[in-house]
Each structure stands twice: as structure tokens, then as C-alpha cells.
Design a protein around this ligand. Structure first.
Ligand SMILES: Nc1ncnc2c1ncn2[C@@H]1O[C@H](COP(=O)(O)OP(=O)(O)OP(=O)(O)O)[C@@H](O)[C@H]1O
Length: 788
């Protein structure tokens, strides 16, 4: 509240200054950018210039776009400038709000000021329309970007004062930057200020999705099928779930069945690790992942559903083998697993920004999590016009069947009132089921879900007409602007009917928000029953007993099945069940974040090391090379307890020279074969071999480049293996038994241990590449390198 008062005081200052800018000519107003920048250069603090900068944008918005920001929009802009989440209801003009803080932040001249949109279309639409204002005021704007942009185009995009792009584009470009070999080719280098549009969708709903760049396919495994057959044969007591139903593992009887089915004594034995991994994946695919909720099967392919908006995500696969396990479960062709070249979660990506803020219509319900996890405060910005939408309290029934019948009655009433109706379901499968029921009642309707997405534009266009009935999943959630016809407005506006409580109050609110935009009339109501999955799985036992007793009364005709359960007691049951489910989701996001923090820490170390190599010089490469030689040779001698001629020969063939003459392998007597002698011999040999091969590259620049490539490649190959290992480790620790065991602790310990092993691997990779790479000098002097 205190903050809000402060912002109101700032807003007052802005409005006091405004007349002065209104009186300026266009030219004078345009000169303000340079004037403000000079003030900054001469020591003024950016925040102290905020009133002037905002006043400039307000006047420019008016002149260039013909839109004067409302007072509440100015307040929203101030909240964003100071790094808060501004909760601004749908349709209130968030796009315009962003112009004020973006311009002000970009005045400093630091690059890397972003408006992050939910999709490419919005980046282009908003970037093009709002970009006019920035350009008019003398700033540069970068918009969108496409996958096949050349370096120049990318550079221009990311070097603009203000950039409109999507979260995934930014993330992928950042990852690609860290796969390259030249610092000068990196484009996403500055993370100054970002406003994330629909921030709750990106940071909360999208918390479980990481961006992944896949590389080459791995060797195809044939365990998927057999593991799937096995887990399908299990009984209920062969596996159990964690309380929050996010994890599943084998019980004693399950483990016994594994032993019998695969005829092995100890599945935990190291030699069965790969089989065990596949059985765990099959268990998770069959008993955690749900068709219609997590994915759909279309034309023989498993397509994941985006939790944020219910759309399919073609080409996106879950990592670590779970995608393939689902394919086996659904009896479609098992695709090949690929190695991960780079991955980053949205949390890690956005945590890099010096200042982060966000806008959304729905954040207040989850303000605690935003504060705890991201240190972002949620500020509710009032609407410009009072809200007219009527949010009715839930209609609660005993049985699912009655609930559906009564919701259909509500649809019919909406049609009789000649209003548009939007019915929302929680999953694709529920929307299919509802569609059938509507057909049985002869109610014509449009079905909008992941399977009908191609007709989305047309469906939404029709959804605001009087008597139009639209049935949708969360696809009709964010950003869906249902425009009402005049007749629809006069008849009470859009009627939103929820057919079950969604996964959180925030998502319920998101759906309600489709109606009553910009002070229009509207209504929302949810139909729920004691049989709803959310209620059954998240309520205390007495609720089930009460339901049974009510069912008996209905059967005995002592109670009408259509009776609504109006008492506060049942309303509380609904709220509590949703809260319990929501808490499990929060916990699950925290878990993911904890896993991710470990991975991020390792990624940062690797990327920092890569950057150091890319910036490195001759001397630096020399140090690394010498270090590699020393470490690899010493490790070999430490690891082989009894150093033998055979072991040395094996080491030389595999790491130094594949056709080294056997007779030259250390001409000393067996008794004199000790560590020191071997180390000396190998050091000398590596020096000779290296000299011979490097002397062929006469050009110093080429030589440096070769060394840099060798080191980068060594890091990248080891990192790819580490990423692969971490993915598998995550699945494995989550699939290990016992409710009280803490997967994250095991993960942390193992991940750390493996990271140190990886460092050894990097040195070995460098060593081998130096010794074994074939250097081909072409006639024009260019060199080709064939790495081992
Ligand atoms: N100050 C203003 N004066 C007049 N019209 C405005 C103003 N601000 C925004 N609008 C108009 O309001 C409409 C909605 O704006 P916008 O799409 O930015 O809303 P939104 O908050 O992003 O909505 P959603 O949550 O649905 O994306 C647009 O047509 C825009 O031109």
C-alpha cells in the first residue's frame, strides 16, 4: 500500500509536468530524448527523471498513436519501471502501458531492454505498433526475429534500444550463442531490463518446461517396448505415489516382479542400470502421464500439450527418455532419443536480468510465490472503468452427471437470452466428452482444443455473437479477445461457464477474464461436483462419506438429485481442495527450481569457462594444453596400480598415436617400470608428437584457432554428456522408492560428483584431440581438422 501511495505521488508529478510537453512542437518533443540523456550523463539518477520521461512518452503516445494513456495505465507503467508485477485486467491496454517504462529504461543507453511476449505474432503486432512511438522519439526497436536470420540481422535485433521478442526466441538465441566459437558472434549479451507479458504463464505455468537444443540421435534402445509391457502387467500394490502424485515408484512386490519378469537377482546392480532406467520411465509414462491432459496422439505421433495454453507443441519432446516411454505406452513408433546440446529454464533465463518486471491479468492469487521465488511484488492496478462482470458463486452438485446436466441447462438459458456462451473444460478429453453431450442435446457449437487449433481464428471471431456456443480448453485463455456484437452486449455480454475447478484460482480467474473486458457486461459461473477428480483426490475422508450418504438419499428418493449444495461447508471444500492441489503444484515448481538451480550453476561455470577460452590468447591456450598433458598422464599413472607395458601401449594407442610402434614403448626393464619413468616417457612422447603435428601449421593465427577449437570442443563434448547424465539422473532419483527420501539431495550429490569427473573428461578430450586430430593443409593454405 505504501508503495502504491509513492507511485501515486510520482503520477501526480507526471501530470503536473504534462502541460509543458503538450505545448511543445513535435520537434521540441522529439529533442527530449537527447536532453534527458544529457541529464543522465551529467549525474542525474534515472528514477529522478522518471516524471519527465513518462510525460514525454504520454505526449508521444497521444501524437503518434492517437492514444492517451489513462491514469491507471500510468500507474501500471510506474510499477513496471520499479520492477514489480503489475496486475492489469485483460483488455485494459497493457501494450500501451509498457511504452512508458521501456522508453525510460532505454534512455540510459544500456542495451538489452526487452518486452517479452507470449508468441511471435504478439511480438510483431505490439513491436510494430508501439515501435512507432520509440522511433519517433529517436530510439531503435528490434522486433521478433526468425530462426534463419543471418548474423547481421540478429545483431541489429539485439543491439536495438528496445526489443520485442518471445521468451523462447530469446532463450534459444542465448543458448546458440554459447555453442559458437567466437565471442564477437554472440548477440544476446546484455540483460538489462525486461517486462514479461503474461508473466504468470511464463514463470509459473511454464516452470516445468525448459528450452532444449537437441543434437545428434543417441544409440536406439530396445528396452522401451519390453519395459512398457512389463509395467502394464502390474497391479495397484506394485507401485505407489508420493502424496502430491508427482512421483511414482516400485513397492517391494513391484521390485519382486521385476526380478521374476526379467530373471535378475538385483535390479540395482550396476550392470542393469540401463534396463532399470527404462522400467522407471515406463512406470512414469504409464502412471503419471495422462493422454488428453499432458499429450495427445495424432497421426501416430505423441504431441505434448503446452500447459500454459493447451496447444500442441510439435517437435518438442520431453527429455531423458520419457517421451519415448510414452510412445511405447501408446504403441506408436518409438523415435530416437537425442543428446542435449544446451538447455535452460525460463526461471534461469530471466534471473539474469538486472531488473525484471511483468504484467498479467492474474497474479494477485499467487503473490506469495512470486515474492518467495523471484522477489517480485504484485501490485494490483485498478481498472479504468468499473468492472461490470458478475462472478457467480459455484454451483455445487453431488454427482458429476447432474453437474453436466445442469451446466447444459445454463448453456440453454444463455442461448434463450440470446447471449454468447463460452464453456471451459480442463483437458482435451473433457472437451471431447462435453462436445458429445452438447450434440446429444442438439446444441450446435464450435469446439476449440489442441485438435481443432487450425480453425482458432474463425472460432474466436464467431464467439462473441449472440447465441454462439464455444466449447474450449485453456486455449481460449490468455490473450483471447472475444469481441462482442452490439446485440450480444445488449443481452448481457459473454457468459463463461466453467465445468470444473481448474488447477488454481488464478487459472479460474484467467478464464472468467474472457468476459467483461473494458467494463463490458458479462457473467461467469463454475459448475462443480463432489465427484470431480480435483475434489476426490484433494479432500478429507469425510467428504467422500458425505457424498456416499447423499448418493444413498438420492437413490432412496429422499433427496432430489438436482439439489444444489449451497452451504458454506461445501464451498470451503471446493476452495480447500483447489488450494491443496495448488500447493502441490507450488511444491513441484519449487522442486523443479531446486533441480534447475544445480544444473544452472554448472551451466554458468561451463559458459564462463567457454567465454574465457573464446577471449583467450596464445599464452592462455598454452597453459591449458600443458595442464591437460600433465593431468591426463598423471591420472593414468595414478589409476593403473601396477603399470604394465600393455597398459602403457593401450594408453598410447587410444590417446596419442594409434600406430605407434610397439617396440618403442618404453625400453626399460620390468623392475624399473615405475611411475616417474612412465610419466617422463609419456611427457616426452606427447611433446614430440605435438611438436610434429603443430609445426605443420605455419600460420600463427591458424594455430591459435586450432587450439581454441580443440579446447571448446573438449568442453562441449563433455558438457553434452553431463547434460545427458543429469537428465537421466533426475528421472532416476524421482523414481526411487520411499516417500521420505529426498530426490533433490541425491541429485545434488551425484551431480556434483559427476561434474568433477567431467572436468577430467575435458582434459582427456583436449589431450586426445591434440594428439589424434588429423590436420589437413589445403592447397590454398586453409586447414581442415578431423577430430578423433
Ligand atoms: N489509453 C487508451 N485509450 C484508448 N484505447 C486504448 C487505450 N489503451 C488501450 N486501448 C485499446 O484497448 C484495446 C486493448 O488493449 P490491449 O490489447 O493492449 O489490452 P491487453 O490488456 O493487452 O488485453 P489482453 O489481456 O486481452 O491481451 C486495444 O484496442 C487498445 O488500442
Amino acid at each position: 500500500m505504501f508503495k502504491m501511495q509513492k507511485y501515486q505521488r510520482i503520477a501526480k508529478k507526471i501530470y503536473q509536468l504534462l502541460p509543458q510537453y503538450e505545448d511543445m512542437t513535435d520537434e521540441q518533443l522529439q529533442q527530449q530524448t537527447a536532453i534527458l540523456r544529457t541529464k543522465l550523463e551529467t549525474g542525474n539518477h534515472l528514477a529522478s527523471l522518471l516524471p519527465e520521461a513518462f510525460a514525454v512518452v504520454i505526449e508521444a503516445d497521444k501524437r503518434v498513436l492517437g492514444l492517451t494513456p489513462y491514469y491507471v495505465q500510468v500507474l501500471g507503467g510506474i510499477a513496471l519501471f520499479f520492477g514489480n508485477i503489475a496486475e492489469i485486467k485483460t483488455g485494459e491496454g497493457k501494450t500501451l502501458v509498457a511504452t512508458m517504462p521501456l522508453y525510460t529504461r532505454a534512455l540510459l543507453g544500456y542495451k538489452g531492454n526487452y518486452l517479452i511476449t507470449a508468441n511471435q505474432y504478439l511480438a510483431e503486432r505490439d513491436g510494430q505498433s508501439m515501435g512507432k512511438v520509440f522511433e519517433w522519439l529517436g530510439l531503435t526497436v528490434g522486433i521478433g526475429g526468425s530462426d534463419d536470420d543471418d548474423f547481421e540481422t540478429k545483431y541489429r535485433l539485439y543491439n536495438a534500444d528496445i526489443i520485442y521478442t518471445t521468451h523462447s526466441k530469446l532463450g534459444f538465441d542465448y543458448l546458440f550463442d554459447n555453442l559458437g566459437s567466437e565471442l564477437s558472434e554472440q548477440v544476446v549479451t546484455r540483460f538489462n531490463f525486461a517486462i514479461i507479458d503474461e508473466i504468470d504463464a511464463v514463470l509459473l505455468d511454464g516452470a516445468q518446461t525448459a528450452l532444449v537444443i537437441s543434437g545428434s540421435p543417441k544409440v536406439q534402445s530396445n528396452y522401451y517396448q519390453i519395459s512398457d509391457w512389463f509395467v502394464k502387467s502390474l497391479q495397484k500394490d506394485d507401485y505407489e505415489y508420493s502424496d502430491d502424485k508427482r512421483r511414482v515408484w516400485f513397492t517391494k512386490s513391484g521390485l519382486l516382479k521385476i526380478a521374476q519378469y526379467f530373471d535378475i537377482d538385483d535390479i540395482y546392480d550396476q550392470q542393469y542400470i540401463d534396463l532399470y532406467r527404462h522400467i522407471v520411465l515406463a512406470l512414469q509414462a504409464n502412471y503419471l502421464k495422462q493422454k488428453g491432459r499432458d499429450y495427445v496422439v495424432d497421426k501416430g505421433k505423441v504431441l505434448l500439450l503446452d500447459v500454459v495454453n493447451g496447444r500442441t507443441m510439435p517437435g518438442v519432446k520431453m527429455q531423458g527418455g520419457i517421451h519415448q516411454a510414452i510412445e511405447a505406452k501408446e504403441s506408436v513408433e518409438v523415435t530416437s532419443e537425442t543428446k542435449i546440446l544446451g538447455t535452460i529454464s525460463y526461471q534461469s533465463l530471466f534471473k539474469q536480468f538486472k531488473s525484471l518486471s511483468g504484467m498479467t491479468g492474474t497474479a494477485k492469487t499467487d503473490e506469495k510465490e512470486f515474492m518467495e521465488t523471484y522477489h517480485l511484488e504484485v501490485m494490483s492496478i485498478p481498472t479504468n472503468k468499473p468492472t461490470q462482470r458478475v462472478d457467480e458463486s459455484d454451483k455445487i452438485y453431488v454427482s458429476n452427471q447432474t453437474k453436466i446436466e445442469q451446466s447444459i441447462e445454463a448453456v440453454k438459458q444463455g442461448i434463450r437470452d440470446r447471449r454468447p456462451v463460452l464453456i471451459e473444460t480442463g483437458s482435451v478429453s473433457m472437451s471431447d466428452l462435453y462436445s458429445l453431450v452438447l450434440l446429444q442435446h442438439k446444441i450446435p457449437h464450435n469446439l476449440l482444443n489442441a485438435k481443432t487449433a487450425v480453425r482458432e481464428k474463425q472460432i474466436i471471431k464467431d464467439a462473441g455473437r449472440a447465441m454462439s456456443v464455444t466449447l474450449a480448453t485453456s486455449m481460449a485463455g490468455r490473450g483471447t479477445d472475444i469481441k462482442l456484437t452490439n446485440e450480444a452486449k445488449n443481452n448481457g455480454g459473454l457468459k463463461v461457464i466453467g465445468t470444473e475447478r481448474m488447477t488454481s484460482k488464478r487459472i479460474d480467474n484467467q478464464l472468467r477474464g474472457r468476459s467483461g473486458r473494458q467494463g463490458e457486461p458479462g457473467e461467469s459461473v463454475f459448475f462443480v461436483s463432489l465427484e470431480d477428480k480435483m475434489i476426490v483426490e484433494n479432500s478429507p475422508k469425510w467428504v467422500r462419506r458425505t457424498r456416499k450418504s447423499l448418493e444413498r438419499k438420492i437413490a432412496d428418493k429422499k433427496l432430489d438429485s438436482n439439489t444444489k449444495l449451497n452451504s458454506q461447508r461445501f464451498k470451503k471444500v471446493m476452495d480447500k481442495a483447489q488450494k491443496k492441489f495448488g500447493n502441490a503444484e507450488i511444491q513441484s515448481r519449487k522442486n523443479t527450481l531446486a533441480f534447475d538451480t544445480i544444473l544452472s550453476g554448472q551451466r554458468e561455470r561451463i559458459y564462463t569457462a567457454r567465454n574465457k577460452v573464446m577471449a583467450g590468447d596464445q599464452g592462455y591456450f598454452e597453459v591449458i594444453m600443458t595442464q591437460s598433458i600433465r593431468r591426463v598422464i598423471e591420472k593414468f599413472c595414478d589409476d593403473s596400480k601396477n603399470i604394465s607395458y600393455e597398459a602403457i601401449a593401450d594408453f598410447v594407442f587410444n590417446n596419442m598415436q594409434s600406430d605407434y610402434p610397439l617396440k618403442d614403448i618404453l625400453s626399460v626393464k620390468k623392475e624399473e617400470l615405475n611411475k616417474k619413468r612412465v610419466v617422463d616417457f609419456l611427457n616426452q612422447l606427447s611433446e614430440d608428437l605435438l611438436k610434429k603435428s603443430l609445426n605443420r601449421i605455419r600460420n600463427a593465427q591458424q594455430l591459435n584457432h586450432f587450439k581454441k577449437l580443440v579446447i571448446l570442443r573438449a568442453i562441449d563434448r563433455a558438457w553434452v554428456d553431463q547434460l545427458d547424465y543429469l537428465q537421466q539422473l533426475k528421472n532416476m532419483v524421482n523414481g526411487r522408492g520411499m516417500a521420505q527420501h529426498k530426490p533433490i539431495n541425491e541429485f545434488g550429490k551425484e551431480a556434483r560428483r559427476h561434474f568433477f569427473d567431467m572436468e577430467d573428461q575435458i582434459y582427456t578430450n583436449i589431450f586426445r584431440s591434440m594428439m589424434l586430430s588429423a590436420i589437413i593443409i589445403k592447397s590454398d593454405g586453409a586447414i581442415d581438422i578431423e577430430f578423433p
